[in-house]
Design a binder for this molecule. Sequence first.
Ligand SMILES: Cc1cc2nc3c(=O)[nH]c(=O)nc-3n(C[C@H](O)[C@H](O)[C@H](O)COP(=O)(O)OP(=O)(O)OC[C@H]3O[C@@H](n4cnc5c(N)ncnc54)[C@H](O)[C@@H]3O)c2cc1C
Length: 418
Amino acid sequence: MNASADVTIIGAGIVGVCAGLFLQRDGLTVTIVDRVEPGMSCSFGNAGMICTTDSAIPLPSFGVLRDLPKMLFDSTSPLIVRWRYLPRLVPWMVHFMRAAPHERRMAGARALYDLLTGTTAAYDVLAANSTVTSLIRRNGMLLIYETDEGFEGDAAERRILTDMGATLEELGSDEIRQMEPVLTHDLRHATYLPESYSTVNPYKLTRGLADDFVANGGTILQAEVTGLQHGNGKVTALETDHGDMPVDRLVVAAGAWSARVAKMMGLKVLLDTERGYHTVFHGIDTGLNRPVLHGERHCGINQMDDGIRFAGTVELASVDAPENLKRADNVYHLGQNVFPDLDPSAATETTRWMGCRPTMPDYLPVLGSAPGFGNVWFDFGHQHLGLTMAARSGQIMTDLIAGRDPGLDLKPFRADRF
Ligand SMILES: Cc1cc2nc3c(=O)[nH]c(=O)nc-3n(C[C@H](O)[C@H](O)[C@H](O)COP(=O)(O)OP(=O)(O)OC[C@H]3O[C@@H](n4cnc5c(N)ncnc54)[C@H](O)[C@@H]3O)c2cc1C
């Protein structure tokens, strides 16, 4: 295999594709390598929310740690651990716990806030003059609550976010009903996040952007990277199942598999996966106008162009463990009561799916040069916000590779921060 490009990217998920497009805009020739077609891994089936600074609080907290034991013994809970995987997860869990104290959490929130500033604007750049613009909604999202206690429980987080500058609006039952008449009337509160975007089809969005990338002269090669040739602080070639491929500069955007790619360079990265599931009832149009995240049941619901999607939950297990599609049914059961009139038997087809979110223990992605390597950059670990942060991360990669200041402090996102 002989494909020479200024920059080679491993990974054709939303993160790799967005990086490819921004690098192209900078006048570079780019090749993306993936073992599957663009958008067929985690970027395929997410909930489609493109958030902004309104989602800047990292997950690790004493609240989550307090609820963890209860969740671990309940197979229907939004968070479960495959027990066989637990020993391998210990180092990740230790750092998850270390990220929970208030000061650490706030430092993470400030870093995420900076990164999330400009997420939607970055998509506007990519969507301008592209057919993908029709896949993007620009009308916010709702975080919904059935109980006063649930809403009050998140008051401190709302305060932190608004203090940092995020735009959030608190809504009561009547306002929710006006905004989304199809939702159950049992909802007592919601937080409206007016600046968020969403997509009606994350797969088509990734695929459409990949088509733009190719139309602009980019190359996408379908091959599995099995090794990296390196020496003197440089990666010189990819070893793939289709032969070796020389590289000049390399971006690793291999999602949940990025730690394995880093290992090929002799680097240890504390990345793991939070597997999530979805169920889609195809052919059903509920009339929901914007995505909804249930603040108490931890389930995302979005009206896609091909049906209504229930997505979410976390399963801590290896990327290689077989999927457990009962978890996909469980996601639906968590969220089903928000649509009193939904009749799943009316679906033309019901599909279930599992995807591997790439997640670091402190819930900050890895963005920056690979430690000890002069021609490799890391762009992975985007956790629950990979669709959200992909375009902005692509801009940052492009600035770094061009030697420009990306305009934010990247120390919190270093690969060797643990
Ligand atoms: C249920 C669920 C709901 C979600 N909802 C949202 C949401 O609403 N909003 C949001 O912002 N995020 C959401 N996410 C998270 C988001 O989907 C992910 O963070 C994002 O898709 C990660 O993108 P990626 O490009 O890093 O990874 P991927 O899409 O997984 O792409 C990585 C690619 O790298 C390739 N690769 C890896 N190793 C190799 C190798 N050795 N050789 C060749 N190719 C390789 C893989 O084949 C893969 O295609 C959700 C996730 C889940 C599971």
